[in-house]
Design a protein. Sequence first.
Length: 364
Amino acid sequence: MAELVVRPDERFIQEVLANGGADLKKCYQCATCSTVCALSEEDRTFPRRQMLLAQWGLKDLVLSDPALWLCHSCGDCTEQCPRGARPGDVLGALRQQAIQYFAWPKFVARWVNNARAVWTLFLLPVLLFAGLGLWGPETVSEQMEFANEYPVPVLEALFFSVSGLAVLAFAVGLGRFVKALRVQGATAPILPNLVPAIGEIFAHRRFQKCQAEPFRYPGHLLAFWGFLGLGFVGTVIGIGTMGGWLHTPLPLSHPLKVLANLSAAVALVGASILLANRLRNQQLRQRTTYFDWLLVWLLAGAVLTGLLSELLRLAQLKVMYGVYFIHLVLVFALLAYAPYSKLAHAVYRTVALAATRRGTRGGP
Ligand code: SF4
Ligand code: SF4
């Protein structure tokens, strides 16, 4: 087996403390959290072990641990920890560090996760879409349409290019993650286990194990399926528009339009449940950091402005162009920064689940 280099890293500890894991050092290894966590098994030390590794600053070891990604932030352990060390929050902070650790290029991950620079994330898309709006299309219809303001095939080509770059960044990040898993000797064959892992994520089976927080499961499930539906529809419409066999705006009765509106409604309901849950549990079970809020606001903003711009277009109100502009900026940010934001957890979690399938090598 390859040699694992372990270097205690004081800077890493400070970063965990500053990004949601402020109570890490209170942990005195009583193991209550491992007893409480529904995902921890009798012969496992999750999440107590990860708390210890983080306290010692063993960055390489803890960030390569697949168990980090199996936690679904239910907060049961945080509620029961007798020292107030908030292990659920610490694991969230460690996942954020892991996303930056494996990210490519790393400076983009540091930029996206810097709360003080948040406004700069929107500079590029604002300039891009303002430029495209000024450039404008060659043909203009009498009705108010978004196509009057933006050349739609160019928009679609731009979004496909951004998505392609995001896929490339994910591929490099995942390559690093899988390499780190192998160094730890903690991986089952990933490819054959991907299908059952994806099935587990689609059904949210682990979320169902959280007894004390019953709303988290339906909230996350609805948000997940809603955004999956929107991603699917967006991709098909994008391909269709560039291929010339679909012309937007689609009528409200078009199956793709029906699916888009249904998905948006489902995503909005799910996101609202999660948001209400977070606000209610802020002190008791789950703290919310900049890392969490960035994703929540990008997702909610993109869905809301998408629905609103459609309603305004149907009402033929000129303000629709302004709302659509904000929608484009938010969708761009969502796609472009996906490998560095909390959205990346979906991808890392899938691979971690595949790498720790039962019958090959155990879970947490
Ligand atoms: S995090 Fe809390 S419950 Fe878990 S081992 Fe540390 S002190 Fe005990
Ligand atoms: S937050 Fe929930 S899933 Fe995560 S370690 Fe704590 S009890 Fe387990």
